[in-house]
Design a protein around this ligand. Structure first.
Ligand code: UD1
Ligand code: CA
Length: 456
């Protein structure tokens, strides 16, 4: 089997009416990745010869948003799952097998599909489930233990409705029979649709064995029709991810209050407090600690660094043994060096901060380069924008910027320079000197505080 062609068809043409959304159903995200992208990624993990995605409702948006090496086919009218697979026939090999997946069944995994392919062999494979409440699903009809047909809920007799063994919709089908089976499908059923499920009865007629495989957990094959089901699968995915991280040695203070919407790589002894959201690609070195309520997107954080609670980090790099927050905001291209301290209410954007430098309070650093072991006083602002253009601020090594400085860029502050508190600086400051700029303080000795006027 190993060398025979494998085609994968993903059905994704349905409207998703019950999502009540303008976004096509399969573009809704689970764990930060659209459902269809997840299914495509899983399909790719099987190294098929090709993947065909059948799209209809919202097809322009789906094609625009999903950049993947797949064949797109359009199904203009949704005439049933059998009709949808028929649209993909031109892309299927003459021999080998076709695996049918769904854009709204997002958590199906490689392991289950590999098991199904090996269970199916060169025959038909069918992924089944057993549900306490099978309402709405196609029921598996067996004779003498063999699967002989699938009956849809809407076409089922009372006796058939009592069957709890259901069709997940995921099939493996032999290509040499598939064309003729699909062409033989009739739509004389209660929904007047071409049911893919009818291929099971056709396989039986042609004496092709049908091998069922029961899915090991229902969520693996669960579909999403509404926001409730989307939220339920999101929780399940988060639980799975949290479990894997705990097992890999990451401390999650509460695995139920942790969300990973992307990929996390990590070293040893990482601690993540509650209500942390990680998005995109996040890399945490050894002994990194993330405080409660942090949102971190696409960031690399070096060993021993502590991110205090309520910090917001996006597209940034932080070195080792740094301290960030609480309430810090690191925006794109913030390059925070080793042993740097970024304190509360400090915003850093497109700036490089060298070893051991500190900006501990109420500061904005934008488009700046700061050397090593410099200190930025409380309330300092790099005035980087004149309303049209952005300008750079360069601060050397061992600089002390006084509190409440306005650094009007472009400006360079030399090594070991000190600036006076409350200065508004618009020209370069030489190294080793104190530079300040303040208006003269005056006291009006004649002045009297006004009294309340009581005349009526
Ligand atoms: C289908 C199965 C049912 C199974 C259930 C599992 C059939 C006839 N029935 O029923 O046995 O228990 O899934 O969830 O297959 N789609 C298209 N084009 C179409 C029709 C459907 O792309 O013309 C896509 C939909 O977008 C959806 C999927 O196929 O992702 C399933 O279609 P749906 O109509 O929801 O089938 P069910 O009635 O749920
Ligand atoms: Ca469905």
């Amino acid at each position: 089997m190993a060398n025979s062609p494998l085609n994968i068809v993903i059905l994704a043409a349905g409207k998703g009416t019950r999502m009540y959304s303008r976004l096509p159903k399969v573009l809704h995200e689970i764990g930060g990745i659209s459902m269809l992208e997840r299914v495509i990624n899983t399909a790719q993990s099987l190294h098929p010869d090709n993947i065909t995605v059948v799209i209809g409702h919202g097809k322009e948006l789906v094609r625009e948003q999903i950049q993947a090496d797949v064949c797109w086919v359009e199904q203009d009218q949704q005439l049933g799952t059998g009709h949808a697979v028929r649209m993909a026939l031109p892309y299927l090999s003459d021999s080998g097998r076709t695996l049918i997946l769904y854009g709204d069944v997002p958590l199906i995994d490689q392991q289950t599909l590999e098991e199904l392919l090996s269970t199916a062999g060169k025959d038909v494979g069918l992924l089944t489930d057993v549900l306490d409440n099978p309402a709405g699903y196609g029921r598996i009809i067996r004779q003498h233990g063999n699967v002989v047909a699938i009956v849809e809920e809407k076409d089922a007799s009372a006796e058939e409705k009592a069957i709890c063994e259901t069709n997940t919709g995921i099939f493996v089908l032999p290509n040499c029979q598939l064309t003729q089976w699909l062409n033989a499908l009739q739509n004389n059923n209660s929904q007047q649709e071409y049911y893919l499920t009818d291929v099971i009865a056709l396989a039986r007629q042609d004496n092709i064995p049908v091998h069922p495989l029961q899915v090991r957990a229902s969520w693996l094959a669960a579909g999403v029709n509404n926001k409730l089901q989307l939220a339920q699968l999101e929780r399940i995915l988060q639980q799975q991810q949290a479990t894997a991280l705990l097992q890999a040695g990451v401390t999650l203070r509460d695995p139920a209050r942790f969300d990973l919407r992307g990929q996390l790589t990590h070293g040893q002894d990482v601690i993540i407090d509650i209500n942390v959201i990680l998005e995109g690609n996040v890399d945490l070195g050894d002994n990194v600690s993330i405080g409660a309520n942090c949102v971190i997107k696409n960031a690399t954080i070096g060993s021993g660094t502590i991110i205090h609670p309520n910090s917001h980090l996006e597209n940034c790099n932080i070195g080792s043994d740094a301290r960030v927050g609480p309430f810090a905001r690191l925006r794109p291209q913030a390059q925070i060096g080793d042993a740097v301290h970024i304190g509360n209410f400090v915003e850093v954007k497109n700036s490089t901060i060298g070893y051991g430098s500190k900006a501990n309070h109420l500061t904005y650093l934008g488009d700046a380069t700061i050397g090593e072991n410099s200190n930025i006083g409380a309330g300092t602002i790099t005035c980087n924008y004149d309303g049209v253009n952005k300008y750079h601020t360069t601060i050397g090594n061992h600089v002390r910027i006084g509190s409440g400085n306005m650094l009007i860029a472009p400006i360079t502050i030399g090594d070991r320079a000190t600036t006076g508190a409350g200065s508004t600086l618009s020209r370069n400051c030489p190294p080793d000197k104190l530079t300040l700029s303040r208006s003269r303080q005056t006291t009006l000795s004649e002045w009297q505080r006004p009294e309340k006027n009581n005349e009526k």
